[in-house]
Design a protein around this ligand. Structure first.
Ligand code: MG
Ligand code: ZN
Length: 212
């Protein structure tokens, strides 16, 4: 993995825009299962909904960005994916919260057939989904964060000038073990709820520093 730091070149970040937390889906919000292809496999991780609720209450837009190459691989239809995301929405609503956006990359560079088999600009760690969300939702990437359990989530943060929080759920422990000194992780959190708490505190510290 190469760590790109070209966030400053992105035009997407809007000053005065809303700060966001970009959240990986599998292994971060819901339990990691090798390919999540049916609604019945969806299990929200403990504290996930609470984390979303707290972040939104603190003024962050919460946006899921997820690589779903299962679509390119022919393991998952668009309709089944939409059903999984409707159910995710229902589970969050049952806990009095919701997402501000959800972006999916259905592609894979090698698997399946065109047009889904292609080198796209949205498969993490490419910044396509973040750029699009920033444009559509009016986000300020400089004040934004990215939370996930994989190296691609950290690389996505580096590529877009955001701070990365690694969670130890899903593949997070493996990612933490394989982590080299150059991997730009701002914080390692036990789970998404702990990540949310750290982000809210970190944003407060940054605001206080700017005022001084
Ligand atoms: Mg993940
Ligand atoms: Zn893509």
């Amino acid at each position: 993995m190469r760590w790109r730091h070209d966030g400053a070149r992105l035009s997407a970040g809007r000053r005065g825009g809303v700060p966001a937390v970009f959240v990986d889906r599998d292994g971060t919000l819901n339990r990691e299962v090798d390919y999540l292809v049916a609604v019945e496999q969806l299990r929200l991780l403990p504290g996930a909904a609470e984390g979303v609720r707290r972040l939104r209450a603190a003024g962050f837009a919460v946006v899921v960005v997820t690589n779903q190459s299962a679509v390119a691989r022919g393991l998952l239809s668009r309709a089944a994916l939409a059903a999984i995301h409707r159910e995710l929405g229902r589970r969050l609503a049952a806990r009095c919260t919701r997402l501000d956006g959800l972006y999916v990359c259905p592609h894979h560079p090698l698997a399946g057939r065109p047009p889904l088999r292609r080198r796209c600009r949205c498969r993490k760690p490419a910044p396509g989904m973040v750029r699009r969300a920033a444009r559509e939702l009016g986000l300020d990437l400089e004040r934004s964060y990215c939370v996930g359990d994989g190296p691609v989530d950290v690389a996505l943060a580096a590529a877009t000038g955001m701070r990365a929080v690694l969670v130890l759920t899903g593949h997070g422990r493996r990612t933490a073990r394989a982590r080299d000194a150059a991997m730009p992780v701002a914080h390692v959190a036990l789970n998404f709820r702990a990540a949310a708490k750290w982000i809210i505190d970190d944003a407060r510290r940054r605001r206080a520093r700017r005022r001084r």
